[in-house]
Ligand binder design. Sequence first.
Ligand code: SF4
Length: 210
Amino acid sequence: MNEETKGKAVRKSLTILIPEGVVAAPILKTVAGLTERYHLGLYLSTAQNLRLLDIKDEDEEAIRAALTATGAELKGPGKFPLPKICVGGTYCNLGLVDTMALSRRILAAYQGQMPVKPKFKIAISACPAACSDALLADIGIRATKAGYEVYAGGKGGPFPKVGRRIAKGADEETVVEMVGQLAAFHARKTEKKQRLTKLLDDPEFPFPEV
Ligand code: SF4
């Protein structure tokens, strides 16, 4: 926090989690109604979620209830991170795989089924161009013509780091299993929150560099 932001009142917002960045029509309709009724702003976050801005304290409960009723899931602690994905091979002619399907498979395997500690992120890219910044995610998955590569410990922010490659030529099943092992390892080794990069040199880190 610098001198300009110290003590600044931050306005209240709520974040709707949007798996694969694909918004269901009923949620969009509800959000449109809420933004008009409660004079909210809308922000499309860098993590592919939808953030409702400028929520007044007295309106929060009603807004939460309306969103929950429409099937929206709100961001909160302890939730398995939604992979940030590029649009994938179904919509990009360079794409080698269906990133949406892989994200759904990862979430089906682990969402709500394991303890998760904050600050690790997952990204999936359907070709080496890595448009979803897979090399800068705690767990990065990148499709190549020779199979999947998996990277661990990448990060963006003020001191970006490219992740360490821990798999190449992998199939989808292996990738899904590795994500689970890495998430479990991170949860076991993390007291409150930390990026995976801090654990790369832990003697028990489950995968060598390849
Ligand atoms: S990473 Fe590749 S497949 Fe994905 S959007 Fe970028 S160019 Fe297309």
